[in-house]
Design a protein around this ligand. Structure first.
Ligand code: HAM
Length: 420
């Protein structure tokens, strides 16, 4: 019987994996330039970590976690996001004792038991970055500038950043109460979810698509910020404007995790369907302390890789081979096989197939693979120590010595001074 993948879990196949590699390589390069170092965190954590970090009333903790009991009775959960794990690792390894500021990034799979649809999977991948140890607005702005540079490098022209401030423990409680009173007065007309949120997490009422119209006049946090939060937010936006990083104020954005304060943002992009958030993040100044660490500020983001790929219109053309080796006959095959190894060691991407094929079928394969050049190794040429090198674009061909350096020169004329 055929065995299929689990619902919401999927294979990422070539050539799509080429796009993934490029996204990851660009992230590593650009994030390193901004002073970030990579952290690798486990896939599995104690359930209570996420319950405490993301919040008991968040959708993730309420209904989306893959949780099971280990044989020793400990409740474990496949990580639904990376921030909680990064903060746990930061505390557990005493990083705060060695470094006043830590800038960390991560790439990897996350798991949420959501209803699968376009751009939404149960195993999905995030590229995330976290800064621990800085509460100044400059670092919030720097994070968004870095995101903007990353999108430029990817050519992701439709990405737009929406931003809001969620206040802090000195101004949010009074605002939350005001919002609760507003919703309370309309309780009967609001959906069942919002009625529940009214008790547990009133801010999430602003997130509800169903009731959006009914709560259009609801009070918003940015009109209720305390002096310190207002000043912080103003400084973030001012710095972004100075760097010409366009952000749109979205006063109704609240984010789906409970740890946020002050700066919050989401990245929206075209082509994603209903799931239009390609990423999100913000400040979480109380999280480290609430997980048992010192009072250290935090800010970060995570991008959804599947959604970035969708926004980039998915798959690019298959990556090209530099060279295809076409041996004609068994003696030629042995010589070409050795040559292939030498050229690969020098960095060429090439393919070689058995010598028992006709020239025509070799050429068909070379074209299919998008090879830039084909090296035809026939018996006559082999006897002379040469082969025929054909440029697949211009169709020009010339005899070349069967020597790796000579072949490299012919393939890379601009770098090595040769030409076909
Ligand atoms: P989040 O908004 O829950 O934030 O997720 C970030 C991104 O992950 C989303 O914008 C989306 O692109 C992607 N994503 C989430 N769920 C799925 C899914 N089921 N399928 C495909 N993609 C998905 C966080 O996870 C925070 N930890 C971000 C953060 C870091 N905040 C501060 N630091």
């Amino acid at each position: 019987m055929k065995i299929n993948a689990v619902k919401g879990f999927r294979d990422i196949l070539p050539p799509e994996t080429e796009v993934w590699s490029r996204l990851e390589d660009d992230a590593r390069r650009i994030f390193r330039g901004y002073g970030y170092a990579e952290i690798r965190i486990p896939l599995l954590e104690r359930t209570e970590l996420f319950a405490r970090a993301a919040g008991e009333t968040s959708d993730i903790v309420e209904k989306q976690m893959y949780t099971f009991e280990d044989v020793d009775g400990v409740s474990l959960t496949l990580r639904p996001e990376g921030t909680a794990s990064v903060v746990r690792a930061y505390i557990e390894n005493g990083i705060y004792g060695r470094e006043p500021v830590s800038k960390l990034f991560y790439l990897g799979a996350m798991f949420r038991r959501e209803r699968p649809q376009k751009g939404r999977f149960r195993q999905f991948y995030q590229i995330g970055a976290e800064v621990l140890g800085r509460d100044d607005p400059l670092v919030d702005a720097e994070l968004l500038v870095m995101l903007s540079d990353y999108f430029s490098a990817l050519g992701l022209v439709t990405a737009r950043i929406e931003i809001n401030s969620l206040g802090d423990s000195s101004c949010r409680p009074a605002y939350r109460e005001e919002l609760r009173r507003f919703a309370e007065a309309r309780r009967a007309s609001l959906c069942a979810d919002c009625n529940r949120r009214l008790e547990t997490n009133p801010l999430r009422i602003l997130d509800c698509k169903e009731d959006a119209e009914k709560t259009r006049d609801a009070p918003v946090m940015i009109d209720h910020l305390c002096e310190a939060c207002a000043e912080h937010f103003r400084a973030v936006r001012e710095r972004l404007a100075a760097e010409s990083v366009a952000v749109t104020l979205n006063p109704r954005m609240v984010r789906g995790l409970d740890y946020y304060c002050r700066t919050a943002f989401e990245v929206v992009a075209e082509g994603l369907g209903a799931q239009n958030a390609a990423g999100g993040g913000g400040r979480y100044d109380g999280l480290v302390a609430s997980l048992g660490g010192p009072s250290v500020a935090g800010v970060g983001f995570a991008l959804g890789v599947e959604r970035l790929v969708l926004a980039l219109h998915g798959v690019e053309a298959a990556s090209e081979f530099d060279l295809f080796l076409a041996p004609l006959g068994e003696r030629a095959e042995a010589r070409a096989f050795r040559l292939a190894r030498e050229l690969r060691r020098r960095g060429l991407r090439l393919e070689i197939e058995p010598g028992r094929k006709s020239l025509k079928s070799h050429m068909r394969r070379a074209a299919k693979l998008g090879a830039a050049f084909v090296l035809i190794v026939g018996d006559d040429e082999l006897a002379r120590g040469t082969a025929v090198l054909r440029d697949m674009r211009s169709q020009a061909q010339a005899e070349t010595p069967l020597d790796p350096s000579a072949i490299l020169r012919a393939l890379r004329p601009s770098q090595t001074g040769g030409a076909l």
